[in-house]
Design a protein around this ligand. Structure first.
Ligand SMILES: [Fe+2]
Ligand SMILES: [Fe+2]
Length: 333
């Protein structure tokens, strides 16, 4: 899903150019970026570009994998077989997104073990949205509508990211996210148009709880996003956090009207001059608290991932033993 935390991280300074060869390589790299070329895994790239991508892609991969947990919570309690099948497929898609993205990050010379170790020890970030609980079935629909919707907004520009393996992964991810968004919206529409008053109230309650955290998915305001400018210069990022957030709000307002729900923001109104919606202030204290580990479910999410890793050790060992045996057979043949 989700890329919000990508803009969050220590600001790195550009590595000093050491030699004439490196200076030339840097010049050629800059020219390619300026020309809108894609960079492949084997191409020369500055260390800072590589590190920025590793951080962004691995945080994105972690978000996909952790993102399976809140919705996975409802698989056994989906109200119908159809909804259960859809939810299973969606959660499985998110696992696939994680795998494409870990693979893309590996092309930059970092191992999956390193990335997972950073996640499990709490060093790596992932999208703060998954540290909120899913309290009712309506949360599953709202996650599809708002969270996957925000993810698409964030990720469509990444299909044109200058690092080709990431861009290629994102094309497929975005197609699937689009399905996720629509299934969420359709599930909510069913409840608001054909459901009972209690079901409509359940949808409104879920919207009230997820709206603000969804807006936080776009990351800090541009003025507090130190890595953004360099990422845009490198063609990793194409649109700023605030621009994406605005597009998202403008897209959601008519959708909320169609659903018959109220977005929980008294300051939300159309601004004819800007031709965009004005909206209220995000609680940035809450954002930083959750990003830094103190959200409602941070500990639970991390513990679930560590447990899954530990309990899966025998699968990894068996797969490695099998691969070794196959390689020996091939050598002998
Ligand atoms: Fe998704
Ligand atoms: Fe995803």
């Amino acid at each position: 899903m989700y890329t919000q935390a990508m803009s969050v991280g220590p600001q790195e300074t550009a590595a000093k150019v050491q030699s004439v060869e490196e200076a030339q390589a840097q010049q050629a790299f800059d020219a390619r970026i300026d020309a809108g070329d894609f960079i492949e895994a084997k191409d020369w790239m500055p260390e800072h570009y590589r590190k920025t991508l590793v951080r962004q892609i691995s945080q994105h991969a972690h978000s996909e994998i952790v993102g399976m947990l809140p919705e996975g919570n409802w698989i056994t309690r989906a109200p119908t077989l159809k909804r259960k099948a859809i939810l299973l497929a969606k959660v499985q898609d998110e696992a696939g997104h994680g795998l494409y993205l870990y693979s893309a990050a590996e092309t930059l010379g970092t191992s999956r073990d390193q990335m997972l170790d950073a996640l499990h020890t709490g060093k790596a970030k992932y999208s703060s949205i998954f540290n909120y609980p899913t309290l009712s079935w309506a949360d599953v629909g709202v996650i599809g509508w708002l969270v996957d919707g925000a993810a698409i907004m964030n990720q469509v520009p990444l299909c044109r990211c200058s690092y080709a393996p990431y861009a290629r992964a994102m094309i497929r991810v975005c197609r699937e996210e689009s399905f996720h968004q629509r299934q969420g919206f359709e599930s909510l529409l069913t409840m608001t148009q054909h459901g009972t008053d209690a079901q409509r109230a359940m949808v409104q309650d879920a919207v009230d709880r997820w709206w603000w955290p969804s807006l936080m998915m776009f990351g800090p305001e541009d003025k507090d996003s130190p890595n953004s400018e360099q990422s845009i210069r490198w063609g990793i990022k194409r649109i700023t956090n605030d621009q994406l957030r605005q597009k998202f709000v403008d897209a959601c307002v008519p959708q909320a009207a169609l659903l018959g729900v109220t977005l929980p923001d008294p300051d939300l109104k159309w601004n004819a001059e800007r031709e965009a919606h004005d909206f209220g202030r995000i609680d940035w204290d809450e954002f930083w608290r959750v990003i830094n580990g103190d959200g409602p479910c941070n500990r639970e999410r991390l513990a679930a991932r560590v447990k899954a890793w530990d309990e899966g050790a025998w699968v990894r060992e068996a797969a490695l033993a099998y691969a070794k045996k196959q390689a020996m057979k091939e050598q002998a043949a």
